[in-house]
Design a protein around this ligand. Sequence first.
Ligand code: SF4
Length: 335
Amino acid sequence: MASGVTTETTARGAWRDWHAEETPIRLGVSSCLLGEEVRFDGGHARDRFVKDVLGQWVEWTPVCPEYEAGMGVPRPTLRLIDDGDGERMVAPSTGRDFTADVQDFTRERVEGLGEVDGYVVKKRSPSCGLERIRIYGSDGHFRRKNGVGMFTRALMERWPLLPVEEEGRLNDARLRENFIERAFCRNRWRALVKRGLTRKRLVDFHTAHKLLLRSHNETGYHRLGRLVASFGERPDAEVFRDYEAEFQNTLRTKGTAKKHANVLQHALGHLKRTLGPTEKREILTSIEDFRRGLLPLVVPLTLLRFTIVKYDVDYLMGQLYFDPHPKELMLRNHV
Ligand code: SF4
């Protein structure tokens, strides 16, 4: 790198400015995805993106529900069985019912997972899968394919706002970006709570996330604004509690090209008196090209960020929307 040149952004609203070393980004993960040999046959399911790419930025809390529930390795393959009296986990080769073992372990284990920022689970597993898990009858016949792994279901029931994704779905650029953005947002919230919530800190937090929230859910963004404005009318603890729930709930709605384009145009509006007609036209064209799928999000974002820094636009300099997670993950190069 040339001397004196840095590739770090000079805007204030960078994820690093909000990151607290004492609150590292922590993700739960199905152990086999990290390469641990805990699958029924003694193998693993190491996922390159999870282990090698994401792993550079997060600390893991690995869990293998079947192994840790005492089933050992190797072990018989398991199935979810449903005869109308609730789902059971059974080894079809022996008929042994492992439901109680998994449920006992799960109840205790998920309780301690409130301090993670997200969770990556292994697809197609009757314990860990997020969706489309095969359900059988006790007669051995296939019934339906809309089950959720027993451990993951309990995890999501206990922590309904926790971002949870399957490793397979993380191959989809939009789902990947959305999951990681939510995890980083949840981590910033946890760091804020650890520092101690005050009215001023919550207002600063909300202000920095404004454009990011709007790229997910405009209605949720307005609800959060009203919550922040209600300080003084309600006990602070109630406002903090409701803000946390609404913040994470708002982020659950996925961003779309249309919503991002609207946010980018809104940001451009803050520069209308600053930019000349050529600059304005070039940025507008890149936003429109992004909306039409001709350019990735990173292009209009980079153009806008350049002008924000160049003209020192205070409000936009503080917006995390322009830098919500490490650029090395290149999450916005493909959405
Ligand atoms: S139970 Fe989950 S973590 Fe364990 S091997 Fe199966 S998919 Fe992997």
